[in-house]
Design a protein around this ligand. Sequence first.
Ligand code: LM2
Ligand code: CA
Length: 478
Amino acid sequence: PTPAAAQEAGDTIVHLFQWNWDSVAAECVDFLGPRGYGGVQVSPPQEHVVVPTAEGGNHPWWQDYQPVSYRIDNTRRGTAEEFRNMVETCADQGVRIYVDAVINHMTGPRENEGPGSAGTDWELYEYPDLFGDGEASYTYEDFGPCYETIENWQDKEEVQNCQLLGLADLNTGDPEVRAQIVRYLNGLVALGVGGFRVDASKHVPEDDMGAIIGALDEVPGFGGAPRVYHEVYGDQTIPYTAYTPYGQVTNFDHQRNLASSFADGNIADLTSMPDFGGLTGDESVVFVDNHDTQRYEPTLTYLDGDRYHLATAFMLAHPYGTPVVMSSYDFRGNVSEGPPSVGEVDGNPAGWITADSDCSGSDWVCEHRNETVAGMVSFRNAVEGTDLTERLRDGSARVAFDRGETGFAAFNASGQAWSLSAPTSLPDGAYDNAAGPGTATVADGRVTAAVPAEGALALHVGGECEEGCDGGGEGPGE
Ligand code: LM2
Ligand code: CA
């Protein structure tokens, strides 16, 4: 019973990259719940290294991917109390927290030795207090058996047992190591964490992953097993499908196709999707970009403006996959730059503390609040479970389709408005455009409207126009 939430939460996840816990909690109440988002992927919550930084600069974001312990007490995003409050506040809105779980490795060799962000003293291969209770540690023997950096990516053994980027690789074949990982994950589940994005899954042998995921408890509140998606760059050595028995998988083949098709304005063929990378839609987590690709392979990102948002809207309108919407901070071409911060805080070894997010005129980009994107989250929820039927295309940059008899969506990846008249199964009536301003009318089984340049039109049952309907079938104005 959540009066503030205007609609049932759907399956759309937003990655609030580097947002602090208090800001995520506020966003669940102010925006995500009311607008129908179903989950938030948060940055890794475990204690991390503090990587020294150039004077006047910021600590890099990637220090969070080097765990020092499994304490969640004091990352740069806040305290354990703030984390717990976030999980509860979001759950009250029907929004699941997905934790980015770094379980393949601990720290790299070059970073400074202790203390970590919560004050734990550590050195490479020696992590003396995993839970802050003096009961568990990792020592040299808990790593390996390979202690070298991965070089031959065609050798599966090496990819899974040697070191990714030189990061100390946990021996997940050892049941005691797995027990520490499971204790960490189940501790989060007990707090109400509803799912996991597992970091670097491909580097954890499948059987070890199966043992870890199989040991997870049910989520209090939401019920059932936590929802898990694995970060896998599938290739010939280790295919995506190696991990489908243990959850969904990040589909980078889909991502490359979607991002480059939209970047090229070549979108009409995207209505029918093959099983990219050998994964069905149900097995796939899909995205236009993520925190790595936006830095290292920026085919289409927030820097591309309307076309980028249009691609995200298309992903949300399409039934293939479980979508993750990236929400960034502006990193201005410096791929290591950390998030907007409030500066050094006395007595907090996390170094710089993340600033509260602010979606108006700050370095927080807030792609998830773009009206075309957020509106399409509602559309997606309204048409859930329906099939896609293509209704019209005009060249390769414009395409329109039905979702069953409950939705109609049109996409225009060109610089000129598109005046369309298309058959639709949507019942006759006047509808608000969920993807932007304006309204459109369906009469005699046809929708007649103008789709804005670089924009979308999305109509759905439940989104009937109540006031200011044009009634004349002229489509969205402005
Ligand atoms: C991931 N998925 O599998 C994350 O999405 C990705 O962002 C992580 O890399 C990676 N795996 C490890 O968890 C990031 C970042 C790297 C950074 C690592 C560890 O992209 O650049 O590597 O986190 O902090 C850094 C240095 C790298 C160095 C390494 C070890 O950039 O040059 O390698 O630490 O010292 C010698
Ligand atoms: Ca490994």
